[in-house]
Design a binder for this molecule. Structure first.
Ligand SMILES: *Cc1c(COP(=O)(O)O)cnc(C)c1O
Length: 382
């Protein structure tokens, strides 16, 4: 008998991550990382991958006509895959550019030498839909309209459904970067006009970094069969086609991460879409109440925000030192994150993990202590 048992147990701290991913995970998701060593080519594991892919489609209410395609990597791999695989030669992408993540899509177009209509809007404003429509009228060779659902740098929420409808009117495919909203904000690929959406294991599903996925209309993926592949590894058709034919992934996946993703999806469905969304909105309410008590101001009006990322302005107090405040919080189990806006000093409170409103209130108590420690008077001044 060669089989021996190994007992593994370890105590870890439950930290409160308020950074834009990776997000806080449950105890059960953490424990699900520990599995028997297994080769990913075994049918036992390949079946788990297929089940995970099916469930990822169900999270956004897709049926048989949508497919999830997995890649090993952080969320940015999806942007590479989508842009390099979905725009055929001779056609263009149109990017609705109102934040750091849509700018990343423009950068990927430039890296891939794909012509791009870079439709810039103020990062604190929703896109002007008439301008989107005009740009499509003027550029009939646009194959892909690309929009970021939540600009995670600011918390701005772009209108997917409306932009999808305009894209479809001009026969373009709607690709949405839903990395920071998928699994939290209820979405329906049919009602929201989504041809492609994308996310990663470490964001709203609250698993670990390592797997990213695109969910797309199967007929649109099939159309790309004849497109020239611009990349060997990050090509959507190649990954999709291999998986379809062989019923397993082409290249070595992060095995343990996929186990934990499966567990996280189970917990997602057990909590329920509406209950989960309500938990996050309760968290948003807690962020707003607690920051207001301390005198902090955010950069966007509530109605433009998803509620998952709050971008807070640095107060006008020479004693406010983000580095020191971050370090104080970190020592006490809370992580906050710098802003991502070039000419405005901000920090972010991102509510993306398995946290409750009480966790958020606890984190703000530590923030109040940090401000006191640094000598910043509250309520803070602007
Ligand atoms: C997190 C995120 C990504 C991916 O970032 P990685 O660091 O590569 O995981 C892409 N788009 C949005 C909107 C995000 O929030």
């Amino acid at each position: 008998m060669v089989l021996k048992e190994q007992k593994i147990s370890k105590t870890v701290k439950r930290t409160i991550l308020l950074n834009p991913g990776p997000s806080s995970t449950t105890e059960t998701v953490k424990a699900s990382l520990i599995q028997d060593d297994i080769c990913h080519r075994e049918e036992e594991f390949a079946k788990i991958v297929r089940d995970v892919c099916d469930d990822l489609v169900k999270v956004v209410h897709g049926k048989d006509d949508y497919t999830a395609v997995l890649f090993a990597g952080s969320g940015t791999i999806n942007i590479d895959v989508a842009i390099s695989s979905l725009v055929p030669d001779g056609k263009k992408a149109l990017v609705i550019n109102n934040g750091a993540y849509s700018q990343r899509a423009v950068d990927v177009c430039n890296f891939c030498r794909i012509p791009v209509v870079d439709l810039k809007f103020d990062i604190l404003d929703l896109p002007d839909l008439a301008k989107v429509e005009n740009a499509l009228k003027e550029n009939p060779d646009v194959a892909v309209v690309y929009v970021v659902h939540q600009e995670t740098g600011t918390g701005l929420c772009n209108p997917l459904k409306e932009i999808g409808a305009i894209a479809h009117k001009y026969n373009a495919v709607l690709v949405s970067d839903t990395t920071s909203t998928y699994g939290i904000i209820p979405m329906n690929v049919y009602d929201d006009n989504i041809d492609f959406c994308m996310a990663s294991s470490q964001k709203g599903l609250n698993a670990f970094t390592g797997v990213s996925f695109l969910i797309g209309k199967t007929s649109e993926i099939e159309k790309t069969k004849t497109y020239k592949a611009r990349s060997y590894y990050t090509n959507l058709w190649r990954q999709y086609d291999y998986f379809k034919k062989n019923k397993q992934l082409h290249f070595t996946p992060p095995v343990q991460i996929i186990y934990s993703l499966q567990q996280a999806i189970k917990e997602h469905f057990a909590e329920g879409e509406q209950a989960k969304y309500k938990r996050f909105m309760d968290g948003f309410k807690a962020v707003r109440e607690e920051m207001t008590k301390l005198g902090f101001q955010d950069i966007l009006p509530v109605e433009k925000q998803t509620g998952l990322v709050v971008s807070i302005k640095y107060p006008k107090d020479p004693k406010f030192d983000f580095g020191k405040i971050h370090d104080f919080l970190y020592k006490n189990g809370v992580t906050i994150y710098p802003g991502k806006i070039a000419d405005l000093d901000t920090f972010r409170v991102c509510n993306l993990g398995c946290l409750t409103a009480q966790d958020i209130r606890d984190a703000f108590k530590v923030l109040a202590d940090a401000l006191k420690e640094c000598g910043v008077a509250t309520p803070v001044k602007y």
